[in-house]
Design a protein around this ligand. Structure first.
Ligand SMILES: [Cu+2]
Length: 310
């Protein structure tokens, strides 16, 4: 081998090692799979996915293995002559029975999981979720109701020519002004609907996704087993700002949930009482309220008819 060749090979090896080195550090950050579920049903779905995946890998190895071996060992240049046979009962039975067994092996656990996904009975908490262009509305059983929109800083950053480096923003486009709060280890039923077009309520770590369809109320549920903040997005193309209506769910201990809900109720009642009163609003007060709504701070939603001083 000449010196020139050696030189090229060395350069190639250096480049390859740099590439692989870069890949391994990049791979440490990225995971090629679903997000790790935090619900029992989510784990079942994940396990089913892995089961089917490995079955596919095994089938792939057998089929492509046989193909490659046949191509190499039985090639024409080696003088191979194709066998000439018609009808083989053994082969026909095998290629019918084996896929049938595989299908049953997948269908049995899949059906059992599917039934669990659809079983919304005996819920501890029920929350109505309404999709709107382009935000979410959450309503609790005690009357607490609020809107959840994209965080205003993220909203500002996403604007064209904002000059903000979005790669430096944590959880970019996955942050809201008012999070949905639910208790840990409790079965939470979601009644999902829409006020305008079709949206989809999706929280990957709960393995939960349900279409929000105007005029229909769909049901789904989740029982997260770990406290924490979980993020999702609208999963149905619903108009120009479809990408800007994230979902953030805070899972907290029951005590913390009760305190939060009670505080939210007081806040909600105060706003409702203010709206129902005969108070006459000045322009400045209305401007201040409007600014809150515009910036996304108007958390508690009450449909109001305010009296305006002319
Ligand atoms: Cu949507």
């Amino acid at each position: 081998m000449s010196f020139k060749h050696n030189n090229i090979m060395t350069k190639g090896l250096v480049l390859l090692s740099l590439f692989l080195g870069g890949m391994s550090s990049a791979l440490a950050e990225y995971k090629l799979n679903f997000q790790e579920p935090v619900t029992a049903v989510g784990r079942e779905i994940f396990d089913l996915h892995m089961l089917v995946f490995w079955i596919c890998v095994a089938i792939g190895i057998v089929v492509f293995g046989m193909m490659i071996i046949s191509i190499i060992l039985h090639r024409k240049s080696r003088g191979a002559v194709a066998s000439d046979f018609h009808e083989s009962s053994t082969v026909e039975v095998l290629w019918t029975v084996i896929p049938f067994i595989i299908l049953i092996a997948v269908a049995v656990p899949a059906t059992s999981t599917l039934l669990k996904i659809e079983d919304t009975s005996n819920a501890d908490v029920t929350i109505k979720v309404t999709g709107l262009q382009w935000k979410w509305k959450y309503e609790y059983e005690n009357g607490v109701s609020f809107l959840s929109s994209l965080n205003s800083d993220h909203n500002k950053a996403r604007q064209r020519n904002s000059g903000i480096d979005v790669t430096k923003i944590k959880n970019y486009l996955l942050e809201v002004d008012n999070e949905l709060v639910i208790p840990v280890n409790k079965k939470v039923r979601f009644l999902v609907t829409s006020d305008d077009v079709i949206h989809s309520f999706w929280v990957p770590k709960f393995a939960m996704k349900k279409d929000a369809i105007p005029g229909y109320v769909n049901e789904t549920w989740a029982m997260p087993e770990k406290t924490g903040t979980y993020r999702g997005q609208c999963a149905e193309l619903c108009g120009k700002d479809h990408a800007f209506m994230p979902i953030v769910v805070k899972v907290v201990e029951q005590g913390e949930f009760d305190t939060w809900l009670a505080a939210k109720k007081v806040e909600s009642d105060a706003v409702a009482a203010e709206a129902a009163s005969d108070k006459v609003w000045s322009k400045d007060e209305l401007m201040a309220k409007g600014a809150d709504v515009y910036s996304g701070k108007g958390g508690v939603l009450v449909v109001t008819v305010l009296k305006v001083r002319v």
